[in-house]
Design a binder for this molecule. Structure first.
Ligand SMILES: [Mg+2]
Length: 347
């Protein structure tokens, strides 16, 4: 049985701001864009949440809910520095770390022998160390798999610590509504509701055949998740070399056609950059999109010819994940890591 931790900082950007200016701690604050520039809230502290302010909410709406809300412009450089300290802490516990964002990661601690192998002690240690080294509170969930660990870290937020042992897993899942399951967004939840399925026990009563019929391949996943089955490994991302170009736009690109136009210039620049130097073989092409709500998505495909058409195709798909104005676009190629070349016998 695996032991997975999911560690997640509490309202990360806002937490860094409050750490650096303690006078903010008891006041409602948010990090985000200006209301008069159609900005949105990236994150907010708990006093702000008490007013109903939420991530991805337009700043203007947030100010209506909470007129005294102080909206701070994001300082990603500072957030990245804190993030590096916290990620380094994770790696002290285990090399099996899968960072999900600046403030969040999965850790596979199945083989860790420190703390007598107790996931609870490890989680407690991470929380103590994060707080004493960076002044930031972490919520940690421990469970036999990724999806339960992620729900667990969210369970007692902020400053949470929730452990789900293999014995407790079934009872824990029984109390969940389906929207807690990994990959079940509002659309899938609504479709399940139309089928009369709102909770995990209700989902378990549905046959696999019926789920496959209604949800295609995802039906299999629903069948497994409702039974606490999730075989996904913690993905240890290696330092991969890549070549890329990106642009942050002064004014958000309003729609997909505007993005497609902008990406043409980026691909030309990328071509020039690739032509300038000799590189190891290319093995992946990717696009990166940062939307005006600060969410970032990247999409990659295996391929060796970085042509405009394939980037436009990737962009199309990536853009539709959020379908909103875009602040930053990037295109790039990943290069075959030297280790892989060795394994292929090319060195
Ligand atoms: Mg977080």
């Amino acid at each position: 049985m695996k032991k997975i931790l999911h560690a997640d900082c509490d309202c990360f950007y806002a937490a860094v701001e409050m750490r650096d200016n303690p006078a903010l701690a008891d006041r409602p604050i948010a990090v985000g864009g200006r209301a008069d520039h159609r900005g949105v809230i990236a994150t907010c502290n708990y006093p702000a949440r008490a007013f109903g302010v939420r991530s991805a909410m337009p700043s203007a709406q947030a100010l209506k809910l909470c007129p005294e809300l102080e909206i701070i412009r994001p300082d990603f450089e500072r957030y990245r520095a804190v993030s590096a300290d916290i990620q380094a802490l994770f790696f002290e516990l285990t090399p099996k770390v899968e960072p999900l964002s600046l403030d969040e990661a999965y850790l596979d601690v199945s083989d860790v022998t420190r703390f007598q192998g107790s996931a609870t002690w490890m989680a407690r240690w991470l929380k103590e160390q994060a707080l004493s080294r960076t002044g930031i509170t972490l919520s940690v969930g421990a469970a036999p798999n990724k999806f339960l660990a992620k729900i667990a870290s969210d369970w007692d937020k902020p400053d949470g610590l929730r452990v789900i042992t293999p014995d407790e897993a079934d009872a824990f899942i029984d109390q969940l509504t389906v929207n807690k399951l990994h990959g079940v967004g509002p659309a899938t939840a609504a479709k399940l509701e139309r089928l009369g399925i709102r909770t995990c026990p209700e989902l378990r009563d549905v046959s696999l055949a019926r789920l496959l019929e209604n949800f295609g391949k995802f039906g299999q996943r629903l069948y497994e998740l409702s039974r606490g089955i999730d075989h996904r490994e913690v993905n240890i991302t290696r330092e991969r070399k890549s070549v890329s170009v990106e642009t942050t736009f002064d004014q958000d690109l309003p729609d997909l056609p505007a993005c497609q136009q902008a990406v043409t210039a980026l691909v030309v620049k990328l071509d020039e950059r690739l032509a300038r130097h000799e590189h190891p073989p290319l093995n992946k092409l990717f696009v990166k999109v940062r939307f005006n709500d600060f969410s970032i998505t990247t999409l990659e495909t295996s391929g060796v010819t970085p042509g405009l058409e394939i980037y436009q195709h990737l962009l199309d798909e990536a853009w539709h994940r959020r379908a909103r104005p875009v602040r930053l676009l990037g295109v790039g190629v990943r290069l075959t890591p030297p280790d892989d070349l060795k394994q292929l016998g090319l060195f």
